[in-house]
Design a protein around this ligand. Structure first.
Ligand code: OAA
Ligand code: MG
Length: 576
């Protein structure tokens, strides 16, 4: 322990008045300390290395011909030398913990190549096998056994003051892969890597969190390597109590924290978003992030489609195949597409049709899950309509969106029918990962004679079609959450409002360059992710200011270009 120096060893003389020169110099010292402390601490923060000091460069500790530039190429060559995506994932995960600067340098310089490995689709396989490929701790694990003691678990996090953003999953619906229990940690880790790469959040400010509330995945319960509790998921009431404590303690332990809910099963996704969104800075990536990214792509697609058909933008008809959290989240976001085109909220709602596992969703069909009721149709009351071809024939959609995780559901006949009724059909098979996509880009191109306006959740390669190169869009929430989170953190938002989410979507839609427009893209190239995130963050901050949910009066005084410059300055860059 540090003992403060005293003027005298005698306890009594500590109360005696010291001589004048000592008093003067003490006074001077105190005044200077008060004046300089903010500068010192800022300076210290700025100088603090993001990763351990470059010991690797100390003489004798590295080979004589070591060179950082060549080493980055070496690491890339090592990565490319691996055959299997999962091997690449393991290699990169190791690299991230050994040398975060090099890892993020490679990410930033090879975004299109590396994103599908550390994120969708390979992260899906990594989650399935997470307990088998696990090597060392990463992130926070909070289990139902910690109920009543969550505060102490959170306080074990080593960098508590720096924590700004957390991705929290309970593993109950990872991508389209179902209940993966604590193996869902992989998705929290993957999303946060993209926060760092895509928005320059400080690596040490991120906390991946996995909640262990049991799993209903029998294979995992019987797997000796499985890293979670050997019990079925707890009851709704027990989970509610756990979540209330968890959210409360999170804001106590990490007062500057923004929380992203990820891959909770549909009912819980809606439930906990509603329960906490007005109380804490939290958003749900699958409902709001996916909604925002699809709204953005749809705005750009609808313009191109309307240019070909002459149909006004507000006359589009959108059919959703899949009515889970993502489906209904996207539908809710798309309503605002129509209100932006001048329709009333009610008219906007009428532009949307849902299909679930029992066919067209309509009021008189029978009991409906709560989250489907809002979009249930009341203008159809015949017998259940279950065949997707019949439904397309009835609805005559201009856009068909897949959020069903039913691989191949958009058959050649479906795609051909969409092309028969639309000069430029909008087809978005959004289910993840790739193998659960409702159709491939190639299928969509071939069966629509190259007219398709396409975006998928997972990446597909570009296609050549009659001498032209066609590019698929990737309507993945990775375009939204880094910028949305960055804006929320910088503005010290106390809530993530619908208007902030919508601002992120519009920001993304209008971030396309001339070249990207000319190439017919619906989303900007992923290599520009930092630029896009900065642009989105500015729009999000402005929306937060309008909604009066910020704690950053100094940002309100800046004009847009000053704000944009500040956002860029705040982004962390790997020093390699
Ligand atoms: O993680 C992704 O690629 C997109 C997403 O949130 C999901 O599919 O749940
Ligand atoms: Mg998700």
């Amino acid at each position: 322990m540090f003992d403060p120096p005293s003027f005298s060893s005698s306890p009594l003389s500590a109360f005696a008045i010291p001589p004048f020169p000592v008093l003067l110099s003490s006074f001077f010292f105190i005044v200077m300390t008060i004046i300089l402390t903010p500068y010192w601490s800022k300076g210290v923060q700025r100088l603090k290395p993001a990763s351990p000091p470059p010991e690797k460069l100390r003489h004798g500790l590295v080979p004589s011909a070591f060179n950082e530039g060549v080493h980055a190429e070496r690491a890339l060559a090592q990565l490319r030398g691996k055959d299997q995506p999962l091997e690449k994932y393991i290699f990169l995960s190791r690299l991230k913990s050994d040398d975060p600067d090099l890892f993020y340098k490679l990410c930033l310089e090879n975004m299109a190549e590396i994103t599908p490995i550390i994120y969708t689709p390979t992260v899906g396989d990594a989650c399935i096998k997470f307990s088998h490929i696990y090597r060392r701790p990463e992130g926070l694990w909070v289990s139902i056994k910690d109920k009543g003691n969550i505060k102490n678990v959170l306080n074990n996090w080593p960098r508590i003051d720096e924590a700004r953003i957390s991705v929290v999953t309970d593993g109950s619906r990872i991508l389209g892969l179902g209940d993966l229990g604590v193996n869902g940690m992989g998705i929290s880790i993957g999303k946060l890597s993209l926060y760092v790469a895509g928005a320059g959040i400080l690596p040490q400010s991120t906390i991946p969190i996995c909640l262990d509330l049991g799993t209903n995945n029998q294979a995992f319960l019987e797997d000796p390597f499985y890293l979670g509790l050997r019990q079925k998921r707890v009851s709704e009431q027990e989970m509610d109590e756990f979540m209330d404590e968890f959210m409360h303690e999170m804001t106590q332990a990490f007062p500057k924290m923004m929380i992203q809910f990820e891959d909770f099963s549909t009912d819980k996704a809606f439930r906990y978003l509603e329960r906490y969104r007005r109380q804490y800075p939290v958003f749900n990536d699958d409902i709001q992030g996916t909604g925002a990214v699809v709204l953005s792509g749809l705005m750009n697609a609808a313009k191109l489609s309307s240019a070909a058909s002459g149909m006004p933008l507000n006359a589009h008809r959108i059919l959703f195949f899949g009515a889970g959290s993502a489906g209904v989240g996207v539908a809710t976001q798309l309503q605002s597409f129509f209100t932006l085109q001048g329709l009333s909220v009610e008219e906007a709602r009428r532009r949307i049709w849902l299909i679930d596992s029992q066919g067209l969703v309509y009021e008189s069909r029978g009991r409906l899950a709560e989250h489907k009721k809002y979009f249930a149709r009341n203008d159809y009351s015949g017998p259940p309509m279950t065949d997707i071809l019949d439904i397309i024939d009835y609805v005559k959609p201009t856009a068909l969106l897949g959020l069903s995780t039913i691989s191949g559901a958009f058959t050649p006949e479906v795609l051909q029918l969409m092309a028969a009724i639309n000069p430029r059909p909008i087809i978005f098979p959004l289910s993840n990962p790739v193998r659960l996509s409702e159709c491939s880009f190639n299928d969509a191109v071939v069966n629509t004679n190259g007219t398709v306006l396409f975006a998928s959740g997972s990446p597909f390669p570009e296609q050549e079609f009659v001498g032209r190169v066609l590019y698929p869009g990737q309507g993945n929430n990775m375009y939204i959450f880094p910028g949305l989170g960055l804006g929320a953190i910088l503005s010290r938002a106390t809530q993530v409002t619908d208007s902030m989410v919508e601002a992120s979507s519009l920001g993304l839609a209008n971030s396309l360059t001339e070249e990207e427009h000319a190439a017919g893209l619906l989303y900007p190239r992923v290599e520009r992710i930092r630029e896009i995130s900065a642009h989105i963050a500015v729009q999000v901050i402005r929306a937060a200011q309008k909604a009066n949910v910020t704690h950053s009066p100094e940002l309100a005084k800046m004009d847009d270009s000053q704000l944009h410059a500040l956002v860029k300055r705040k982004m962390w860059n790997p020093s390699f």
